[in-house]
Write a protein that binds this ligand. Structure first.
Ligand code: ATP
Ligand code: MG
Length: 372
């Protein structure tokens, strides 16, 4: 899978961009605040990832009211033209080969990216929500049925939360509570089933990558943490469903008393340990970065095993804080699919990698001279 061409109009600090990329490695270098991350963000957007912006309007250039992105993508032995039209106050319009897509959820069926950015350190450092988001993003890209179940679960969860919250003023609302709980257990069982199976693959792939990364000195272990009554998250959906009902039953009175949803996979997490101790609590900066990157590279392997093609890998500012051996490991490991990698002006990256080098300055991309 690869992106061969990209056109941008009024996207962030790019007034107009037309670029042709290398099928292997693309190094993008430049000073701070010139547009390196913005370029990666544009590529990621075409795969349905919106990691950085909560609203499309943030992507539109200041002082303008619309933006346009077009990517020429090669995937599943075919060329696709993906287009996005953004306009302030209007829903985005997405097209594949001229046909309007119903939602961004259809993009990963055509084009997949795995992105690593400095904020990914939160995958290790922050609370459970970040890790759930990572799981959800990966599994939604892989399995449309998961995306459906998750959406259904979230809808019911929101509704049940409102019922519980408003039940003090309006006790009659509680009459419908069990119906929502039942629905949540049904959708929740599917969610847990998929998360457990994905995590199982992630666990072994990430451990292997991290082991190589650290020269065999560090063992990364991941463990899924879900609703306590679920004894085997890898078991059948039916079993998980009845175990979720059991948990709900036990927490019914407490939920009504506390007026919040206490039972269900909306609180799921997975633990990350390095050499048997919590990475969140004890890891150094470099270890944290290595662990987060191992998770991302593991996701890339899983995508590849699933579809037979490597997704496009976007590495934003990945090398800082890694010692030379870990840097070299990354650069070796990423060969294979198409990669975009950003770095600052004085990095040695351009000399280390085959492929194209681009320089970016004030939103203008130019074929960079190979430095050395
Ligand atoms: P760094 O090395 O610091 O990470 P960068 O090259 O990755 O820098 P970007 O994050 O791509 O920098 O941002 C480049 C510039 O784009 C920033 O100065 C930012 O203010 C600007 N920018 C962001 N959003 C918009 C927008 N909607 N319209 C115009 N400019 C924007
Ligand atoms: Mg940046």
């Amino acid at each position: 899978m690869r992106i061969d061409g990209l056109t941008l109009d009024f996207f962030r600090n790019y007034l107009h961009l037309e670029a042709r990329f290398d099928p292997s490695v693309n190094v993008i270098y430049g000073e701070n605040a010139q547009g390196k991350t913005n370029l990666l963000e544009a590529v990621a957007y075409l795969s349905g990832l919106t990691h950085r912006s909560r609203y499309d309007k943030e992507l539109i250039q200041f002082g303008v009211d619309r933006a346009f992105l077009k990517g020429e993508v090669f995937s599943r032995d075919r060329t696709f033209l993906l287009e996005a039209k953004l306009q302030r106050g209007v829903r985005r319009q997405l097209y594949a080969n001229g046909v309007r897509l119903k939602s961004a959820g259809e993009l990963p069926g055509i084009f997949q990216c795995v992105l690593f950015c400095p904020e990914d350190l939160y995958l290790i450092r922050a609370g459970a929500a970040e890790r759930r988001k990572f799981l959800d993003e990966c599994i939604c890209q892989l399995r449309p049925r998961y995306a459906q179940a998750l959406q259904e679960y979230r809808r019911l969860h929101e509704h049940k939360t409102r019922i519980l919250r408003d039940s003090e003023e309006k006790p009659s609302l509680l009459e419908t509570l069990d119906e929502f709980s039942l629905g949540m257990a049904k959708a929740g069982a599917v969610v847990i089933h998929y998360r457990a199976h994905f995590l199982e693959k992630l666990r072994s792939a990430a451990a292997e990558i991290h082991r190589d990364f650290s020269g065999g000195r560090e063992e990364l272990s991941l463990a899924y943490e879900t609703v306590s009554t679920v004894r085997d998250p890898l078991g059948s959906v039916q079993e998980i469903f009845s175990q979720l009902l059991e948990h709900q039953e036990r927490h019914r009175a407490a939920e009504i008393a506390a007026r919040v949803c206490l039972s269900g996979p909306h609180k799921d997490d997975f633990s990350v340990e390095i050499n048997g101790v919590s990475a969140k609590t004890y890891s150094s900066q470099g270890q944290t970065r290595t662990a987060a990157l191992s998770l991302k590279l593991a996701a890339r392997e899983i995508f590849c095993r699933d579809s037979g093609e490597y997704p496009v890998l976007l590495l934003d500012d990945v090398l800082s804080e890694l010692d030379q051996r870990r840097q070299e490991f990354v650069l070796n490991r990423i060969q294979g699919g198409q990669v975009f990698i950003t770095c600052c002006e004085d990095d040695r990256l351009g000399q280390l990698l085959q492929g194209k080098v681009f320089h970016v300055r004030e939103g203008v991309l130019s074929a960079g001279p190979r430095r050395g």
